[in-house]
Write a protein that binds this ligand. Sequence first.
Ligand code: PGD
Length: 759
Amino acid sequence: MTLHSAHWGVFCAEWRDQTLRVAPYPADPDPSPIIGNITTALRHRARVAAPMVRKGWLERGPGADRARGIDTFVRLPWNEVLDRLAEELGRVSRQHGNGAIFGGSYGWASAGRFHHAPGQVHRFLNTALGGFVRSVHSYSAGAAEVILPHVLGPLEKVARRNITWEQIADHSEVVLAFGGMALKNSQTAAGGISDHVERGAMRRAAARGCRFVSVSPLRSDLPDEAGFEWLAPVPGTDTAMMLAMVHVLVTENLHDRGFIERHCDGWAPFEAYLLGRTDGVPKTPDWAAPLCGLPAAQIAALARSLAGKRVLVVVAHSLQRSLHGEQPVWMGVVLAAALGQLGLPGGGYNYALGTLAHYGRRNNLAAPASLDQGINGVKAFIPVARIADMLLKPGQPFDYNGTRLVYPHIRLAYWAGGNPFHHHQDLNRLAEGFRALETFVVHESAWTATARFADIVLPATLTVERDDIGATATDPVMVAMRRIVPPHGEARDDYAIFCELARRLGRLEAFSAGRSALEGVRDLYERTRAAWREQGVALPDFDTFWAQGELKVGQCEDDGGMLRAFRNDPEKNPLPTPSGKVQIASARVAGFGYADCPGHPAWLPPADVPTDRYPLHLVANQPPGRLHSQLDFGAYSQSLKLHGREVCTMHPEAAADRGIADGDIVRLFNERGACLAAVRLCAGMREDVVQLPTGAWFDPVDDGQGRMMCVHGNPNVLTRDVGTSSLAQGCTGQLTVVQVERYEGALPPVRAYDPPQAG
Ligand code: PGD
């Protein structure tokens, strides 16, 4: 069997008799079952087999079109489609400038570092065209990426070089996980993972006596191995709960005043707010209890039980993927600072530990090289989750991190390696944005809803159909991802497609530097090797690496990173914040004057509160059976569906109130839209919560009111498309409110995986 790698793990594979067999990487103690998706995916009908052009675009030319998403497609030969596309790129660039081209291409794509599709499309647009409007930050951590540098330091250092699972197993006395640390999330890591350690580390820590507390509306957000206590507050109220906990610590003199004085800045204005001196509202447990739906005594007892203990506070990605998502991230820092724990082994604060498999690890001695992106001649950008606003509001100003920006007027969008009809919110609104474009180009290996909305769809290979290199900065195994299977139909590598386009634009040398794909892989390896040489470590040459299939590389000491160094000597190792200390309050953030993100963490009421019409909180979290929407048609993802539809979980009482039984098909709806899903009942959740994971391929039908209803179970037809705040403008897709009813109508079939009709 040949070694290969995916975001969900290194695996071994063999292609025989038109069938792919896979087996886990032998050294992985807890491999992810998601590797099973690839087996049936390769020759599935959902694959894009040939270049396709939307009929309306072919007949009427570029322009806004309401037929996008429902039109038929025409198969064209590669040469013809590439000629037409090169001509169209040239037209838009000449007529409107490159500020009219969006190369957002946000998306996880695949694990190989050379054929990383967004990296390839960005390099192509820079080197062959001269630039494009880009996006910044991620859907994962949009709010945290902006607030953390203001208060503590860059996300990479707080999330990825801080507390390790080894420290938790050996040192933590309490792990207080806001949003839990679900193993379904830590299955995956961008660039691959050879060693899933989380389950084992939690088991070892629990056996040593470490107490795990999960604060989440869903019990399933921590595994049984952690032997944990479960507190289930109202979704989106963690900041209020943390404020009340710090109130108890301060008023009972249990906070670490020495640490606060030496290591923190801005405690006084925060304390004035906490104690109610500025707004007349002391943030006591009695104040928080009705907001959080937890007894005041329980909040107070939890706070008291932490004093004097080695406590690790963890705030999951999910908490900041909602309105005012900056607040729980910042307040978690303040709670850990009040306990005096920042920088201690197994203690303090680790943003998002447990939400990805490359957090909580030792760092490699050197990071893998990445594809050079060239120089972007366009300055304009958007925070990534503002895409629909950008498409619908050209020329309008918006706030972002202390600046006022203007949305550019985009005529052409180019996507490779992402699925906005999976990852964006309020899909009816997003569709309006895409209908306004003149041309939409997508490279895809499968007929996702995004591909169906495109004008030009170019078939891309899947990772096992090409040579690549799998590596991350925190996994000790580099993988020679050798091609295992011939490409499906006429599929080509993104790189090969861009080479052909660049040649037509007279820019092949600038894009490819004269390299074949394998020479590009070799170049990436040799640049990685040079980085290791600088650390005094000699790695074998490329041919040796390629022949042996994998390479085990050395890792740094488990030294606690920036926060440990700062704790030990804050004068010598200041934090990269304005004061060099932990910003309990921030004069800089206060100076921006944002009511929706003031100068210290604060309780800001949510926009989505349950009403009589929409009485349930919807938690739209990450799925267990796939990464995002990838290979939703694969065997493992399919095995977790019910009646072919995505499964939503409901509390038995909430279901009984609505006459819903386990296994029923239900309609979830709110003012933005509706979707169908199959129900599983689960007592391990709050009664006022319904949970539907993301990633079921969007499968719209007309709801009779001019909107699209998803018959398969994509929750993003329900979520709200607003930024977290004027500060970060991050994604808010995690939470909204809905009503749920038993679906009594004729059941529309799921057609998400059927290719669109040929025109
Ligand atoms: P994926 O499904 O991984 O989702 O959004 P993202 O767009 O990354 O999409 C990747 C696409 O790339 C797939 O369609 C795959 O087929 C394609 N692909 C893979 N390899 C290649 C390749 O080599 N070439 C080409 N051309 N294509 C390739 C993820 C985003 O969703 C993220 S990161 C998060 S954290 C968000 N989470 C939530 C959430 O919690 N709740 C809601 N409601 N919404 C979310 N959206 C966000």
